[in-house]
Design a protein around this ligand. Structure first.
Ligand SMILES: [Mn+2]
Length: 237
């Protein structure tokens, strides 16, 4: 079975038409949102995102989302979290929100980590050790969905420092997921290969510019584990 995925990230309140990317044309099996749907983290902003992006999500079977460090409304009690997700699902019925753990798609495992390294005062931030433990608990997955990048891989803000997590890089080196999708460092949006892993920073660039939705889209064959991105295809053993 071949599944088509589209990662999106760091929309920060932007509607599909404001991105200048033809997301209305997008389709596939799984829409992945790597966090930072809001600017200030309010419930209203989160529900607005579900309303605004429902027209894109409806062209996918599942929408899998993690919050980012701006999405404070998800950092709450289990009851309030469930209530918020239900509200969003009234606009976007196929939405699933993860604070960690993993899900299955056929025999593909998809794992989630919203936590990034501490920088300023935001939710979903922890030290390297915290990230290491959360990833260790998750175990090996085929597709890793995080908010932040791994150290060295598409992780440079304007200052040029490498802002990604060493613990997360070690996870990728140890478990070599087929694909790792993330955002957080907007200025490093793009696609790279780290070892055998296809790495996609799907964060909207600081200043969005026109582009095709297909630029970050990829497919995975759940039997052969073949990943295709653009003209590039490779098999992970
Ligand atoms: Mn962001």
């Amino acid at each position: 079975m071949i599944y088509r995925f589209l990662p999106i990230s760091d929309l920060h309140g932007m509607k599909p038409e404001e991105t200048f990317v033809d997301y209305e044309q997008a389709f596939g099996d799984v829409l992945i949102c790597c966090g930072d749907i809001t600017n200030r983290g309010s419930i209203g902003e989160a529900v607005d995102w579900a309303k605004d992006w429902a027209c894109v999500a409806k062209n996918f079977k599942r929408t899998l989302m993690i919050p980012g460090n701006h999405d404070e409304c998800f950092d709450t009690t289990p009851e309030r979290f469930e209530a918020l997700v239900s509200m969003m699902q009234t606009c976007m019925p196929n939405l699933e929100v993860f604070l960690g753990g993993r899900t299955h798609l056929g025999n593909l495992k998809i794992g989630f980590n919203p936590w990034v390294l501490i920088y300023g005062s935001y939710p979903f931030m922890t030290a390297e050790e915290g990230i290491r433990k959360k990833l260790e608990r998750m175990g090996r997955v085929d597709i890793l969905v995080t908010h932040g990048p791994s150290y060295y891989v598409l992780d440079q803000p304007k200052s040029g420092v490498h802002a990604g997590s060493h613990a997360q890089l070690r996870y990728v080196e140890t478990h070599h997921p087929l694909v790792h999708t993330f955002g957080h460092i907007h200025e490093s949006a793009g696609v790279a290969r780290y070892g055998k892993t296809l790495c996609i920073n799907a964060g909207m660039e600081e200043y969005p510019h026109p582009g095709s939705w297909e630029r970050f889209s990829f497919t995975v064959d759940s039997e052969t584990k073949e990943v295709k991105y653009g003209s590039d295809s490779f098999v992970i053993c």
